[in-house]
Design a protein around this ligand. Structure first.
Ligand SMILES: *[C@@H]1O[C@H](CO)[C@@H](O)[C@H](O)[C@H]1NC(C)=O
Ligand SMILES: *[C@@H]1O[C@H](CO)[C@@H](O)[C@H](O)[C@H]1NC(C)=O
Ligand SMILES: *[C@@H]1O[C@H](CO)[C@@H](O)[C@H](O)[C@H]1NC(C)=O
Ligand SMILES: *[C@@H]1O[C@H](CO)[C@@H](O)[C@H](O)[C@H]1NC(C)=O
Ligand SMILES: *[C@@H]1O[C@H](CO)[C@@H](O)[C@H](O)[C@H]1NC(C)=O
Ligand SMILES: *[C@@H]1O[C@H](CO)[C@@H](O)[C@H](O)[C@H]1NC(C)=O
Ligand SMILES: *[C@@H]1O[C@H](CO)[C@@H](O)[C@H](O)[C@H]1NC(C)=O
Ligand SMILES: *[C@@H]1O[C@H](CO)[C@@H](O)[C@H](O)[C@H]1NC(C)=O
Ligand SMILES: *[C@@H]1O[C@H](CO)[C@@H](O)[C@H](O)[C@H]1NC(C)=O
Length: 392
């Protein structure tokens, strides 16, 4: 009898939990709601995207507000998604006017204004995305109080409007796994305290032309780094050695970086575990042959460099490639027939080179291809019938 009673009460407790605890949506904590309302007051929001953030009683549950995520159990605000989504250039590849229109609509929808330091009162926030906005206008650095939000694991300030010195206090955010400061810190010296973020897996930095001599010192401490983006940095050989000290590195973006003069020596460039490599806009002119030995690559971008001569046949070794961008170089001769071996290709961009001759029919073997750009070359002859399969 006692046993039956007990299991009954366990069942009731369990049902109550279902009703009021686990299944019920989180009901936001009043003080956090106040914090969000304060935060909103200092933001500009031209399209009123945050209209759900208001005092009306039917909107009192801030856990249901746009861009806010609460923990299901504790109801604390744990995520803030205040990013704006830019149009994807790839989607407008052959249509510049609609792209410009989409870009204009995007710029009309960006958040701006100031970030009230009360943001740091959200003590349980672990995800903060402020990317693609115009906070503080131009030329103001990332606020120092950001360095006190130690619960953060994900901080995305890419293209957020901030600009200038990176506060060294960012190095106190020891739980960070993801940190993107690209285009938020142009020309800034990168504080060595970034090397204290030992759990980082993804790091994006805007490179500067100065202050990078000692950078590999802290970089080599980020041993869990998988994704590194260093747009526009002036890179020394020491940097290249530092990349090799990152055992987990699989994605490397060197877009717009200046590379050291001896960069063609393959001994310096053992990137054999890379899955993606972006070396666009680097003015690189040596033979890219060594790159075609990186057989794990899934994405390779080498656009807007000074590569010359035929596209090396070794490119056939990259059989896992899904994206290949060789546009804006000075590649000559014909499109290599061996491209047919790259059967995983989804996007192939060879535009703005000096490629000649006919389009090889073997490209018809690339049955996964969705985007193909061969424009601005000296190709001739008929357009192969396989194109019919590409764009349907
Ligand atoms: C909260 O619940 C949603 C579905 O209702 C689930 O997808 C999510 O993972 C849960 N989050 C947490 C932190 O438990
Ligand atoms: C935010 O706005 C309030 C009133 O609108 C103002 O008093 C306060 O100084 C602003 N805070 C910041 C950080 O700009
Ligand atoms: C945060 O970092 C700064 C400079 O890097 C340091 O002076 C300060 O003591 C740190 N604060 C805390 C709370 O750890
Ligand atoms: C953070 O980095 C600085 C210099 O890079 C170092 O002096 C300090 O001890 C580090 N702090 C922690 C908590 O590791
Ligand atoms: C590449 O060369 C052009 C013209 O010589 C120069 O303006 C540009 O800054 C260079 N880019 C890099 C990444 O070195
Ligand atoms: C390149 O690195 C891999 C491990 O990442 C190693 O096995 C290989 O021997 C290295 N190759 C050269 C040429 O150093
Ligand atoms: C590509 O593969 C061929 C045959 O396996 C090999 O001889 C060649 O050295 C490879 N090219 C590169 C750049 O690794
Ligand atoms: C490319 O394909 C041809 C036949 O279609 C084959 O002989 C060659 O070995 C392939 N190359 C690679 C690197 O797989
Ligand atoms: C490519 O397609 C042709 C037919 O168009 C076929 O004969 C050939 O075997 C294919 N090659 C590969 C490597 O799949």
């Amino acid at each position: 009898m006692g046993c039956v009673m007990m299991s009954c009460s366990i069942l009731i407790v369990w049902l109550l939990m279902l009703r009021f605890g686990v299944c019920r949506e989180a009901l936001c904590i009043p003080s956090e709601r106040e914090t969000l309302l304060k935060l909103k007051r200092n933001l500009t929001d031209p399209l009123n995207r945050l209209s759900s953030w208001n005092d009306a009683s039917e909107n009192s549950n801030c856990c249901e507000w746009v861009g806010v995520v609460c923990n299901n159990v504790t109801a604390h605000v744990v995520e803030l998604h205040l990013n704006t989504t830019p149009p994807n250039f790839d989607d407008y590849l052959f249509d510049e006017d609609p792209y410009d229109e989409a870009l204009e609509a995007f710029s009309r929808s960006q958040f701006g204004g100031k970030i009230n330091p009360c943001l740091a009162d959200l003590k349980h926030l672990n995800y903060l995305d402020l990317s693609w906005n115009v906070f503080l206008g131009q030329g103001k650095p990332i606020p120092v109080f950001f360095g006190t939000m130690t619960s953060l694991t994900h901080m995305d300030l890419f293209y957020s409007g901030f600009d200038g010195k990176i506060p060294s206090q960012i190095g106190n955010l020891s739980n960070l796994v993801y940190l993107d400061l690209r285009l938020a810190t142009y020309g800034s010296i990168i504080p060595s305290q970034i090397g204290n973020l030992s759990d980082l897996r993804q790091l994006g930095l805007q490179g500067s032309r100065s202050g990078l001599a000692e950078i590999f010192d802290w970089l080599s401490r980020l041993s869990k780094l998988e994704y590194l983006s260093l747009e526009g940095a002036l890179l020394s050989e020491a940097w290249l050695h530092a990349f090799h000290a990152l055992p987990s590195l699989t994605n490397l973006n060197l877009w717009g970086c200046s590379l050291p003069p001896h960069y063609s020596q393959p001994s310096l460039l053992n990137f054999s575990s890379l899955l993606t490599l972006d070396m666009s806009y680097t003015n690189y002119s040596f033979s890219p042959k060594w790159i075609f030995g990186l057989t794990k690559l899934v994405s390779l971008r080498l656009s807007q460099n000074h590569f010359q001569g035929p596209i090396p046949d070794d490119i056939q070794n990259l059989t896992l490639l899904q994206n290949l961008d060789l546009s804006g170089n000075s590649f000559t001769s014909s499109i290599p027939v061996v491209l047919r071996n790259l059967t995983s290709l989804v996007k192939l961009y060879l535009s703005s080179n000096q490629l000649e001759g006919e389009i090889p029919t073997s490209l018809g073997n690339l049955t996964s291809l969705v985007k193909l750009d061969l424009s601005h070359n000296q190709l001739k002859g008929t357009i192969p019938t396989f194109f019919g399969n590409c764009f349907l």
